[in-house]
Design a protein around this ligand. Structure first.
Ligand SMILES: [Zn+2]
Length: 291
C-alpha cells in the first residue's frame, strides 16, 4: 500500500483533531467543535470518522488528516506525512530528498545534544554550579524539562566525545554548530562550555540550535554591554547553520501556539528566560524575538 494511504488509514482523525479542538459527539461517527481556522461561537466544524475527513461549514475549510496538520501546524505535505507516519509507525522514505536527509541529521544531532545537556544539568556532579544558578533564578524542574534546558560542562570535548561515541562523524557536530575543529592537532572541541544551554526550536518543536548563557546573576543594569570579562559574551548562540538562521526563530513558539490561538494574540518578550518565567506565571501565549 502507498504509505500515504496506509498512514491515512491508521490515523484516527478525531483523535488527531481532538489534540487541537474540543470535539463533542454529533450523531453517528461524527463530531463537532469550534473551528480553529475562523472565529466562531457556535460549532460549525465537523469531523467524520468513517470518511476520515473534516469540514467547516462556517469558513468552508476542509480536508483529511494531512491537510488539517498542514493548516494548523504550518507544515508542508512531506512534513505532515512524516509526522503522522512516525505516530502510526509507517516509515516514509520515498519523499526524502538528500536535502531533507541532511536536515533530519542536523536536527538529530541537535536533539541528541539537547538530551545530553539536559542530563548533565540534572545528574552530573560537574553541574552543581549550574543547578544552583537555575535554583536561584527560580526555574523549577518541570519547566527545565518542558524547555529542555541543560548545561554544557566546563570542558573542552565532553560533547565531542559523546557524539563520537554515539556514531556521529566530526563533521556532524561542526555542521550543527556544536563543535569546532581544533586549531592545532586533529579532532574537534566543544563550542559551548560552562553555559546554561537553552534549545532553540522551530515552530514544530525541532531543535535547530542553542542559546548558551554564562552562569552569572541577571544584570541589574540593562545598559551594561553583552559581555563579561573572562567568560566571553553573556549569550552565545549557535552560529548560522543550514538549520538555524538568526532572526528566523521565535523562541517559545512551539509551546505557545495553542495559547496564542486561544488568546488571539501573542506577547513578545526580549529574553528566552523571560518566556520561561512567563510560563511559570501561567501565561503561555509568549514568545521571545531573540532566538
Ligand atoms: Zn471554520
Amino acid at each position: 500500500m502507498d504509505p500515504k494511504d496506509e498512514i491515512k488509514q491508521k490515523t484516527d482523525i478525531a483523535e488527531l483533531i481532538a489534540g487541537y479542538v474540543t470535539l463533542k459527539p454529533a450523531g453517528m461517527a461524527s463530531f463537532k467543535g469550534l473551528c480553529p481556522f475562523h472565529a466562531e461561537k457556535t460549532p460549525s466544524f465537523h469531523v467524520s470518522t468513517d470518511k476520515q475527513i473534516w469540514h467547516c461549514f462556517g469558513c468552508s475549510e476542509g480536508g483529511d488528516c494531512f491537510s488539517f496538520l498542514m493548516k494548523i501546524e504550518g507544515m508542508d505535505f512531506p512534513e505532515a506525512l512524516r509526522h503522522l507516519g512516525e505516530k502510526v509507525g509507517v516509515e516514509v522514505k520515498r519523499f526524502d530528498s538528500a536535502a531533507t536527509n541532511d536536515r533530519q541529521r542536523l536536527i538529530a544531532v541537535n536533539e541528541l545534544a539537547a538530551r545530553f545537556f539536559r542530563k548533565v544539568l540534572s545528574d552530573s556532579p560537574a553541574a552543581e554550579k549550574a543547578r544552583s544558578y537555575v535554583a536561584q533564578r527560580g526555574i523549577p524542574e518541570d519547566l527545565l524539562d518542558k524547555f529542555g534546558i541543560g548545561y554544557a560542562p566546563d570542558s573542552w570535548d565532553t560533547l565531542s566525545l559523546f557524539l563520537a561515541k554515539k556514531g556521529y562523524r566530526e563533521g556532524d557536530g561542526e555542521h550543527a554548530g556544536l563543535t569546532q575543529r581544533r586549531k592545532q592537532g586533529s579532532g574537534t572541541i566543544d563550542r559551548f562550555r560552562n553555559r546554561l544551554m537553552i534549545p532553540l526550536r522551530d515552530q514544530h518543536g525541532n531543535t535547530v540550535g542553542f542559546t548558551g548563557r554564562v552562569l552569572l546573576p541577571a544584570l541589574t543594569n540593562p545598559q551594561l554591554p553583552n559581555t563579561t570579562s573572562q567568560d566571553g559574551p553573556k549569550y552565545m548562540n549557535t552560529p548560522e547553520t543550514a538549520l538555524y538562521r538568526k532572526g528566523e526563530i521565535l523562541f517559545g513558539l512551539d509551546l505557545a501556539k495553542q495559547a496564542i490561538k486561544r488568546a488571539g494574540y501573542a506577547i513578545v518578550v526580549e529574553g528566552n528566560l523571560d518566556v520561561v518565567a512567563s510560563h511559570k506565571a501561567g501565561v503561555e501565549n509568549v514568545v521571545a524575538s531573540s532566538g
